[in-house]
Each structure stands twice: as C-alpha cells, then as structure tokens.
Design a binder for this molecule. Sequence first.
Ligand code: F6P
Length: 328
Amino acid sequence: MSNKIKKIGVLTSGGDAPGMNAAIRSVVRTCAYHNIECVGVYRGYEGLMEGDFKEMNARSVKDIINKGGTILKSARSKEFRTKEGRKLAYNHLINKGIDALVLIGGDGTFTGGMIFNEEFNFPVIGIPGTIDNDIYGTSHTLGFDTALNTVVEAVDKIRDTASSHNRLFFIEVMGRDVGHIALNVGVGSGAEEILIPEEDLGLDRLVESLRRSRQSGKSSSIVIVAEGDKIGKSVFELKDYVDENMENYDVRVSVLGHMQRGGAPSCFDRVLASRMGVKAVESLMEGKTNYMVGLLNNEIELTPLEKAIKGKSKINLELLRVSEIMAT
Ligand code: F6P
C-alpha cells in the first residue's frame, strides 16, 4: 500500500441518515490506524467553502457509533454548484494540507464531488448515506435499514388504531422519487397495498382492491404510499377519493415525515458504515479516486462515481408480487 496521502478530510452532506456517525468514526479510526491525519469538515460543502475544519483523532469519535444524525452536521449547498464556490473550497483544502476527501452523502453530494475532482484533480471517494436507498452500485445505502425498522415500528403502532376502529389508513413514507422504503415496509408491515412511483396502480384498481379485501372479511387496512408516488397529487387526495367513491369507510392519513431519518442506527448500518469507511480510506491510500464504495453481493466494492450518479438503483418488483399474495 503506497502512502502518499498524509491528510484526509471527511464530510457529510445532503439529508442526514443513521449510520453517518458510524461512517465518520470508521474513516477517522482507519486514518489513525494507518498514521494518516484526519480533518472533519463541518456542514458539508458549506463548511468546505468556509474552511470550517477540525482535526480529529481516534478519541474524537468515541461514543458516536450508536448515534443518529451526523456530528459533522450537514447541509445542501447551492454555492458549491458554482465554480467560484468550488475554488474557495479548493483553496481551503490546500491551505490546510488536505490531500483527499471522503464524502458521505447521496447523489447530489457525489455530483459535487465528481465535478470538484474533474476541475482540480483532487482525490475523492464517496460513501452512500441516505435513507432513500436510491444509489446505483450498492444494494444498501447507510440509513436505509434503520429507516425500514423505524417505519415498520411506526406502522405497527398505527395498525393498533386501524384494527381497533375498523379504519383504513394511508401512510406516507419518505423515499424521494423511489419506492424502496415503501416496498420493503409494505411487505414487512403486512400492508394491503403499496403505492410506489415505479408502478402505477391507478385509482380504480386501488378502490377495487380495497373493496375486495373488505368483502373477504377484512375490517381494517393499511396502504403504504411512497412520497414520490404519482397516483394522487398527495396522500390527502387519495383519502378524498376513497371518501367520495367508497361507502362506510373510515379513512385516516398519517404522514410519518422526518422521524424516519432519526434514531440510533441498526446493527446492519453500523457494520456497513464501518466496512465502508475502511474501504474508502484504504482505496485513497492505494491512489484510487472518483469512486463510491458500495455493498454488492455482501462484498464492499468500488463503482466509478459517474456510474453511481447516472445509474438507476433497481427496485425489487418481486416484492410487489409477494405483497399482492400476502394481501389475499
Ligand atoms: O433524501 C432523504 C430525504 O429524507 C427524502 O426521503 C425526502 O424526500 C427528503 O430527504 C426531505 O428533505 P428535507 O429534509 O430537506 O425536507
């Protein structure tokens, strides 16, 4: 392993996700293990452009493996999208003697990193951190597994009310433009229907399916709706449609919101974060740049950043079929 890299910076950018802290810890400790200095950059690219840096050692990251959010804080930066902004960031990195960056975030973070690498030939490696799981080149992004467990727990609680009052609940879950969270949570929580952007069920089919389930003897139902689903303008519109078109249904809506992004990371996310951090630092040490680390067939592999950004993360449509059968 060559050792040209002497100082690595690490930042978190975009929406926070459980497991980001475990990844920061892994990057910092892998650096310490290899006698490389490590610098934490606060507030993602915003802090990079302001030189908001802090030296970190192995002890700086004690007691954070179990914490949600990100101790380095996060931001979505508009200014980093400009050449002037990126030049500011580059100057701060050079002044601080930082040779490479580990970027923990989603596709917006990686797009910024890739452009930065192209402009300044500055080594970067990405670690995918977002609850949405919408990144190509990894079966799991950091935070996805935790979010699934959080949402399933919430849906279980709502189910108590649904079944006590014979109600139909539309529960909206996060995921931006993709349905990974909805699909997995729908199967895991035993939902009647799952509405995702990748598959247009249509309002008529939805209504028909709800009628059928009522006829089969079910007195309450849960429908999981991905926030990016286009079947109705909003989850509230779905409720209105059912109210208008189906008699004797007591319908409620629950939008879970940002509680899905918080909380202690699951064991899966902690292990994944630890593995990804090691691979990110050691890849930089080997002279690799402009890659993302990801989990593929349970191995930590590298995917070129450009592919990770442009590729489409595949939805597991088999789960829709499983859900349909389970809703019998
Ligand atoms: O990307 C993570 C995510 O939580 C999405 O699921 C959601 O659409 C979005 O971020 C919400 O963003 P914000 O926190 O800026 O409202």
